[in-house]
Design a protein around this ligand. Structure first.
Ligand SMILES: Cc1cc2nc3c(=O)[nH]c(=O)nc-3n(C[C@H](O)[C@H](O)[C@H](O)COP(=O)(O)O)c2cc1C
Length: 212
């Protein structure tokens, strides 16, 4: 087997979502290495529709998590009775970034208005526009770079459910939408890899290969 592939696969498998961090700062030099990796991601029409806001103040990060937790708690009050028991777990899932020394808010630019008429048949126009997907690819680059530097990360979208709490804490740049949070820090846990679906369950070859 090709060594380069094996080595890349090893790195992909080694990345884990980390939700518990050591009480250590992350240097600006390492943060800039993460963004260097991020900016080489592919993007729609090479628009590079990403922005990254970096939070490094622990008190501010903790306050943001508390605000998200409070707002999600309020929203969860109107959940149907059958879902209500899961509300606490959701709040926990949305606020684990509160103990991270660094939180990156990844943003995508809103798609250009001119393209709207082309989107009539698309069920999810924002996804088809490519902006959030481009940011997701940049974020994956960033996660892999973090793993290579010994840093732990966790992508979070649950905090975005509490949009008003996020907006109250962070001035979002005009024309940008938050795509996800990324918690970053030195890991204080080594979680086992969560189970993956086998390829046979997720891949369907629609044709036989065309003979040469
Ligand atoms: C788009 C996306 C959103 C996620 N949102 C959250 C989140 O809100 N809270 C959280 O604790 N983990 C979140 N995760 C992390 C997943 O739970 C994690 O990737 C998954 O369980 C697989 O574990 P692994 O990353 O260690 O392989 C998110 C991951 C992705 C890709």
């Amino acid at each position: 087997m090709n060594d380069e592939y094996e080595s890349l696969l090893g790195r992909l498998r080694a990345r884990r979502s980390i939700r518990d961090f050591q009480d250590l700062p992350v240097s600006r030099a390492d943060l800039s290495r993460l963004f260097e990796a991020a900016r080489w991601a592919p993007s729609n029409h090479n628009r590079q529709p990403w922005r990254f806001l970096v939070l490094e103040d622990r008190a501010r990060i903790a306050a943001l998590a508390a605000g998200v937790g409070r707002r999600l708690g309020e929203l969860a009050e109107s959940l149907p009775a059958v879902a209500a028991p899961h509300a606490q777990e959701l709040v926990r899932h949305a606020t684990v970034f509160g103990r991270a020394p660094v939180v990156i808010v990844a943003l995508h630019r809103r798609p250009v208005q001119l393209a709207q008429p082309l989107m009539r048949e698309a069920e999810t126009p924002v996804l088809v526009s490519g902006e959030p997907l481009s940011v997701a690819m940049a974020v994956q680059n960033l996660l892999l770079a973090a793993t290579a530097l010994g840093l732990g990360t966790c992508v979070l979208t649950a905090p975005l459910l509490a949009r008003s709490a996020v907006e109250a804490a962070i001035a979002l740049p005009a024309g940008c939408e938050p795509t996800c949070f990324v918690a970053v820090g030195y890991p204080a846990e080594t979680p086992p890899p969560p189970r993956r679906k086998e390829s046979g369950l997720i891949v369907e070859y629609l044709d036989s290969p065309t003979p040469p």
